[in-house]
Design a binder for this molecule. Structure first.
Ligand SMILES: Cc1cc2nc3c(=O)[nH]c(=O)nc-3n(C[C@H](O)[C@H](O)[C@H](O)COP(=O)(O)O)c2cc1C
Length: 219
């Protein structure tokens, strides 16, 4: 069989100089949520990003093991950043012991990254129900079929559970009790813009009392 792996030297040689634009404190909105909204709008408008609302959620287990996985941003306002998941999943188990978490959004096509640190809280049930109702029927049934993060013997069990859920809910499909949302309430939000010669711009909003302090970090 031909070896079609890239060579270690090929991987090491991958590099790109980031030259699109700079980021200065004078360009920033004093409110980090407005700033985030402006960047998200640009990410949506470029049409070049497959999942502009995808973000890596990092959690830490009770034994101190960090884990990261993508989730989709489904809303944000001045109270935080909302995503939906299963409350029995590995990430939610981590939150039971340690609600501290981080979100990383990589809009690489725009040479941008946003890093958010804070703590999560569950979203109100009314918000979960409203969002769940907006999902396509197949996704709603899928939420009933998947016991997220559990080991399963094969794929057939998922198809069987999906058929079961379809028969159980011929009309409206309510959210499963273990399905819900989290809101990450931020304490730090860093906006990163790639620059030439690896001298990137990093501007950090840090919460102090009820105000946000903006500081520049070395790349
Ligand atoms: C682009 C993308 C978006 C995803 N969005 C979500 C999401 O919004 N909620 C979710 O529970 N899982 C989402 N997933 C799946 C998660 O990455 C992960 O596999 C799942 O939540 C189980 O994670 P856990 O076992 O660490 O809890 C997404 C995966 C990808 C690649």
């Amino acid at each position: 069989m031909p070896d079609d792996r890239p060579s270690p030297a090929d991987i090491a040689a991958l590099r790109r100089d980031y030259m699109r634009r700079g980021l200065d404190q004078a360009d920033l909105d004093p409110d980090p949520f407005h700033q985030f909204g402006a960047w998200l709008k640009e990410a949506l408008e470029t049409k070049a990003i497959l999942e502009p609302n995808a973000m890596v959620l990092s959690t830490v287990s009770p034994s101190g093991q960090p884990s990261g996985r993508y989730v989709l941003l489904k809303g944000f306002d001045s109270s935080g950043f909302v995503f939906f998941t299963n409350y029995q999943s590995a990430k939610a188990r981590d939150f039971d012991a340690n609600p501290r978490a981080a979100l990383t959004i990589g809009w690489i096509e725009l040479e941008r990254q946003v890093n958010i640190h804070g703590s999560v809280k569950k979203t109100p049930r009314s918000a979960v129900e409203a969002y769940f109702a907006s999902r396509p029927r197949g996704s709603r049934l899928g939420a009933w079929a998947s016991h997220q993060s559990k080991v399963i013997p094969n794929r057939d069990i998922l198809e069987a559970r999906l058929a079961e859920a379809n028969a159980r809910f011929p009309g409206d499909v309510p959210p499963p009790p273990e399905w819900g949302g989290f809101c990450l309430v931020p304490e730090r939000i860093e906006f990163w813009q790639g620059r030439s010669n690896r001298l990137h711009d990093r501007l950090l909003y840090r919460k102090e009392g009820s105000s946000w302090i903006i500081e520049r970090l070395s790349p």
